[in-house]
Write a protein that binds this ligand. Structure first.
Ligand SMILES: O=C(O)C(=O)C[C@]1(C(=O)O)C=C[C@@H](O)C=C1
Length: 278
């Protein structure tokens, strides 16, 4: 089986992918969009992409593509994230910091307090920035990435654990074209259903009506996030997680009722959440 992931080797996504799929062929991609396209074009069977970070929030690109692409979520893995500042071993100083926007955001306060006058630049992933720094010793650049990137690309760590909060976790999801839940030998923490709901038009109580469908069935929502539809200001879709088991009748009735209210429901999957084993 082929599994796409946001690469290159030693990215956080690769660590997540190797734990979920220890025996499959992992195929690095340069962006989250490439991961979705690889699934769409049947170049791979599944893809692993980041969905949410505990400091920075949702990875908005992933949310947008879950809306845009015909894919399902098969599982979720929660992984602790530690960032380190690293430079080429031939250099002593650096004049620019390069990393993935999520990593730059998760280390914003560290950089604000310690690297105030040093510019930063977004790059496609933490591992890609480490590789870039390693391949350009003539440039005085630093990368923010994980320990495996420092080792693989031969960089020197000069500041450890620079994430702004000790508790830093990212959720990764497995996406595919098949509506099935993965069963993997890792600690399982919860079960959930993900839906994307689009309201018919803006009217008083529209969202309340949708939420009450879950409320009176005692279906517990563990997440609701609005995201712009990009059709004009004030137009949103809602990403919703319903906690717990999937009760066939109850859950299908809830979806049918929301549709009868004029809303659009996209079922993304009913799946398990696991935790990364260090
Ligand atoms: O850049 C990487 O290494 C990634 O795998 C991406 C990513 C993300 O987009 O959230 C994954 C985990 C961390 O939160 C930082 C970056």
């Amino acid at each position: 089986m082929k599994i796409a992931y946001l690469g290159p080797q030693a990215s956080f996504t690769q660590l997540a992918a190797s734990q979920i799929f220890p025996n499959e062929e992992l195929v690095p991609q340069s962006s989250i969009l490439d991961c979705f396209n690889a699934v769409k074009n049947n170049e791979v069977d599944k893809a692993v992409v980041p969905l949410e970070n505990s400091i920075e929030g949702t990875v908005s690109m992933t949310l947008d593509y879950l809306y845009d692409f015909e894919v399902f979520i098969e599982t979720e893995l929660v992984m602790p994230i530690a960032h380190h500042l690293m430079i080429h071993p031939d250099n002593e100083t650096f004049e620019k910091v390069i990393s993935h926007p999520q990593a730059l955001a998760q280390t914003f306060h560290f950089r604000y307090e310690n690297l105030k006058d040093i510019p930063s630049q977004d790059f496609s992933s933490t591992a890609a920035s480490a590789k870039l720094v390693a391949e350009n010793s003539q440039e005085k650049w630093a990368a923010i990435a994980n320990r495996y990137s420092a080792k693989l690309y031969g960089l020197k760590i000069i500041h450890e654990n620079i994430q702004d909060f000790e508790q830093n976790h990212t959720k990764f999801i497995v996406i595919s074209k098949t509506k099935s839940a993965l069963d993997i030998p890792l600690p399982r923490t919860s079960e959930k259903t993900s839906l994307i709901i689009t309201l018919p038009e803006d009217h008083a109580g529209g969202l309340h009506q949708v939420l009450s469908v879950f409320a009176w069935r005692k279906m517990n929502l563990s997440k609701i996030e609005s995201r712009t539809l990009k059709t004009g200001l004030g137009n949103y879709f809602f990403f919703i997680n319903v906690a717990s088991e999937w009760h066939n009748v109850l859950s299908q009735n809830a979806i049918d009722e929301i549709i009868s209210l004029g809303s659009n429901v996209k079922f993304l999957g009913h799946y398990n959440e696991y935790v990364f084993e260090e």
